[in-house]
Design a protein. Structure first.
Lengths: 584, 350
């Protein structure tokens, strides 16, 4: 009797589990098809291109890289600048993370939001911002020239290694603040207290308790920063100048200027291998971090700032963070509204001081042949591409996240989860190159399609979308649905009144990420944008690489507009993201 | 007419299997109209599963659940008109207190005005006047418990099920609510099923208790009945009556006697199956006053407020007693004599 019952139940259970597994598998179809067509197929084409020419297969391709002095130089430079940038970012970021994690102080929310802006800022805007602060006609040089009556700008910041390093720190400090700070703030202070009771000194406590607990978070942050520095493109191209080339820049130059596609493909393979390895380690670490570790709610773990020494220390850290993260942005915004010399006017001389000319100029037809279209058209293009990216990204990201959230322990999910993160570790320029190689010939010719850029942007935004949606979907406890059902809600009513409102905020966050990433994307766009359909970052790049105060002013104006748009997006994310979810 | 004589909920032959394990086996019990029945058992005994089956959140493998004689097998959860208060409350984080409480009413399509009045009435019933606009995330544990209770009461459920409703609360709050909750249920004449692993809670809240042991019913009765006459050693030890002693049955001159570590006693009934005997701690006193007395050594004593717990070694057995705290109990290591009336203090089990 009992045996029959058991067999009956086992069959029923199996049928049920099979049903869930089947519908989960169905959810994967669209996202996987998308990744297959627009990620693996282009990358496969790169591999093919890079190995097809060489007689010796893989070895031949690598040999070609090492035989080329500029490629060899790029490889070496990519590694050490990324390592140095990462170290500097940790030095600046860790004290800030400590401050945010352990103390409550007025203006903290604002500081958190402000320090979040650089991370989502398009590289071109960051480059423009440092130009506005420290470039030849940036505020610092202008002030020094006026003050001392100099004929040439005294500070040679742009086109230097320092500019690259500072820009990287500017960009990635947020990662350390967020990732380490969030984790630190939830570490139970009682661990420290317990060690204190056991007689450990403050330093000993830090070394034996805090540091080991914090180490995975710090390592994860360092890895992510390293990955971003390793694949840095816009910053190097604009701030570093022709003397510096990372792999990413080298791929771009080989593709655009020299049209040496096999070498570009070989470099891509090299870069891909390195970033993939790093991404896999990062994903593993993050999985370990999300394991509950008797994490504490923030209120308990934080205390108000007390004592003169603590306050002074906090003031010093805050000043440094603000100077580094906010000053360039302020310089950029102010520089776009100011004419420094009467000769800087578009046509005739005009009074110096406050002006809207640089903005007005954006609507005019182009001169000097910089563009085929006025820059306002670039804004319109960017907005249209961003809108398409949001739609595509959500349409593909939602089913993938749903499948992940529903069935996170199944083999399928465990295999596919890191797969979805792959685009995060793949450089955008490589993706662009892959699109050029794969998608401008049959069977899939999209070269002239307006969807090409949104597709590329969706790929870049995909990991962010999935990472925003999955935790939210996962956080809808089955209990809540059951509670609603017991209270008399029909299944459709449960969906409408429980599921949708709960993931609504996450949807907004994901959409904001997609929108901002598309607006600012430059790596893939620089290779794929057609001259008659420039995006805003492409326009900024062209303005910045031309001489003349009017071009500079317009770059500033466009960058300021882009900064405002992405800043707004960031604020939306800050507002809507659920407090406990902070994976990036 | 006795209020509990009219059967509202009837559960018959209910069986639930997960994979290879029998979670519930052949469960039979009923809940009378306006009665509160407690499902009492250790964790893993199948209490919550039973609630989920009755709520319709899970389907039984065998057996039936009937409401006023009508089989519920084909009635989906949201049409059963039952209320369920979840263990961790499961409040909707995206709705404020008012909307949480109003949720079940909105599902019935109630008009705005009567709905607002009903929510206000229920909130004041649970002592949360003016909390309507509050965000549920900002509430304390006790406040959340009240919101959860209000939410499940608001639609006027035919049967209210409470799954460990006081489990997440601190002791003071629990003890207060243990008094308030039955008063409220009585006042509303609410038919209720109350799940807990805490006998104190079950006894305080329910008119009858159903004790579950590994998916089977171990005993059903009033709190008084089950405490006086635990049906099995399991029930006895689960209720804190832990002095279970091994027995050897001996036959002397055709009369049967039970040899236990605390003495040998004549046994009137058929004794073939007797294996365990319970020495009820509440029937034992210090000193040689009662019929049968034994000598032992005090091994531990701890003061517990109103009682004093002593562990006494008698031969190879350790016996635990809770004496009123004014009792004179010798120091640890000192000899002590205990006495009891075997007819009242001893219960035998197969």
């Amino acid at each position: 009797m009992a045996k029959r019952d058991a067999a009956l139940a086992a069959r029923g259970g199996k049928r049920n589990a099979q049903g869930v597994r089947l519908s989960t598998a169905l959810l994967w179809i669209a996202p996987l098809l998308f990744l297959a067509l627009f990620y693996f197929y282009p990358l496969g084409t790169i591999l093919q291109t890079s190995f097809a020419r060489g007689e010796a297969g893989v070895g031949g391709a690598l040999l070609r890289v090492f035989a080329d002095p500029s490629a060899r130089g790029a490889l070496w430079f990519t590694f050490w600048q990324a390592a140095l940038s990462t170290a500097l970012t940790l030095v600046i970021g860790l004290p800030g993370a400590y401050l945010l994690a352990r103390y409550r102080f007025p203006g903290k929310r604002l500081l958190r939001a402000l320090t979040g802006i650089p991370f989502v800022l398009p590289t071109l805007v960051a480059a423009a911002a440092f130009n506005a602060l420290l470039g030849p006609s940036g505020w610092v040089n202008v002030a020094l020239m006026r003050l001392f009556g100099l004929g040439a700008p005294p500070v040679a910041f742009t086109q230097s290694l320092a500019a690259i390093l500072v820009a990287h720190v500017f960009y990635n400090t947020t990662i350390v603040l967020r990732l380490v700070g969030d984790f630190w703030s939830r570490l139970d202070p009682r661990h420290g207290a317990a060690a204190q009771v056991l007689g450990a000194s403050a330093f000993h406590r830090f070394r034996t308790v805090t540091l080991p607990l914090l180490a995975p978070a710090v390592t994860a942050a360092a890895l992510l920063v390293f990955i971003f520095d390793f694949t840095s493109f816009g910053v190097i191209l604009v701030l570093g100048g022709p003397r510096f080339a990372t792999l990413e820049v080298e791929i771009y130059i080989q593709t655009i200027s020299l049209f040496n596609l096999p070498l570009a493909a070989a470099l891509s393979v090299l870069q891909l291998a390195a970033t993939l390895a790093l991404t896999v380690i990062y994903t593993r670490l993050m999985a370990r971090l999300s394991r509950p570790l008797s994490l504490q709610t923030r209120e308990i773990a934080q205390q108000p700032l007390r004592g003169r020494r603590n306050k002074l220390l906090a003031a010093a850290i805050l000043t440094l963070l603000l100077a580094l993260l906010v000053a360039p942005l302020a310089a950029l915004a102010s520089r776009s509204f100011v004419r420094l010399s009467p000769r800087d006017a578009p046509r005739q001389t005009a009074p110096t001081g406050f002006t809207l000319d640089f903005y007005r100029q954006l609507g005019r037809d182009p001169q000097e042949g910089v563009f085929f279209v006025p820059p306002t058209v670039a804004i319109r293009n960017s907005l249209a591409f961003a809108g398409a990216t949001v739609v595509l990204g959500l349409a593909l990201g939602l089913p993938a996240s749903w499948a992940l959230a529903r069935d996170s322990r199944s083999l399928l999910s465990r295999l596919l989860d890191p797969l979805l993160m792959l685009p995060l570790g793949t450089s955008a320029v490589t993706l662009g190159l892959g699109f050029i190689l794969a998608l401008d010939q049959p069977p899939l010719n999209l070269r002239a399609s307006p969807l090409l850029l949104p597709l590329a942007h969706t790929l870049v935004a995909f990991p962010f979308i999935v990472r925003s949606l999955t935790p939210a979907l996962r956080s809808i406890q089955p209990r809540l649905r059951e509670a609603a059902t017991v209270l008399g809600a029909s299944p459709t009513r449960v969906l409408r009144t429980v599921d949708l409102p709960l993931i609504g905020r996450a949807l907004l966050v994901a959409a904001s990420f997609a929108f901002m990433i598309s607006l600012g994307e430059f790596g893939a766009t620089s290779l794929l944008a057609r001259p008659e359909y420039p995006t805003v970052p492409v326009a900024i790049f062209r303005f910045l690489s031309r001489p003349g105060a009017v071009n500079f002013g317009q770059a500033m104006a466009l960058s300021t507009i882009l900064m405002a748009l992405t800043g707004g997006g960031m604020l939306a994310i800050e507002r809507f993201r659920l407090a406990e979810i902070g994976e990036f | 007419m006795n209020a509990t004589s009219e059967r509202a909920l009837e559960v018959e032959g209910l069986t639930k299997i997960y994979g290879d394990s029998l979670v519930l086996h052949d469960i039979d019990f009923h809940v009378g109209r306006t009665e509160t029945v407690a499902l009492l058992g250790p964790s893993g005994s199948g209490k919550s599963t039973l609630l989920h089956l009755i709520a319709g959140l899970e389907q039984p493998d065998q057996g039936s659940i009937r409401w006023e004689g009508r089989d519920l097998a084909n009635v989906p959860t949201h049409r059963r008109g039952f209320g369920l208060m979840f263990q961790e409350f499961a409040l909707f984080p995206h709705l404020n207190v008012f909307e949480n409480v109003a949720y079940g009413l909105r599902a019935t399509g109630m008009q705005a005005e009567p709905l607002a009045a009903r929510v206000a009435q229920i909130l004041s019933l649970v002592g949360l006047e003016g909390f309507g606009g509050r965000n549920v995330e900002t509430l304390s544990g006790g406040e959340r418990q009240r919101v959860a209770l209000a939410r499940s009461l608001a639609p006027g459920p035919r049967l209210l099920m409470l799954d460990e409703p006081l489990g997440a609360l601190d002791r003071t709050l629990r003890e207060r609510l243990m008094l308030e909750l039955p008063r409220l249920l009585r006042r509303l004449e609410q038919t209720a099923l109350y799940v807990t692993h805490d006998q104190e809670e079950a006894f305080a809240v329910a008119q009858r208790v159903v004790i579950l042991e590994q998916g089977r019913i171990a005993q059903i009765g009033t709190p008084d009945e089950v405490y006086r006459q635990p049906a099995s050693p399991f029930v006895a030890s689960f209720l804190g009556l832990s002095n279970l002693l091994p027995v050897r049955v001996i036959s002397e001159d055709g009369r049967i006697a039970l040899e236990t570590p605390v003495g040998t006693f004549a046994h009137p009934g058929p004794a073939r199956d007797v294996q365990t005997v319970l020495l009820r701690p509440d029937r034992v006193e210090i000193g040689a006053g009662a019929e049968h007395s034994i000598e032992g050594t005090v091994e531990e004593r701890s003061f517990r407020g109103s009682t004093l717990r002593a562990v006494v070694r008698v031969g190879d057995s350790r016996l635990t007693f809770d004496f009123p705290s004014r009792t004179e109990v010798p120091e640890v290591g000192a000899p002590v004599s205990l006495s009891f009336d075997p007819a009242q203090a001893l219960q035998v089990y197969p």
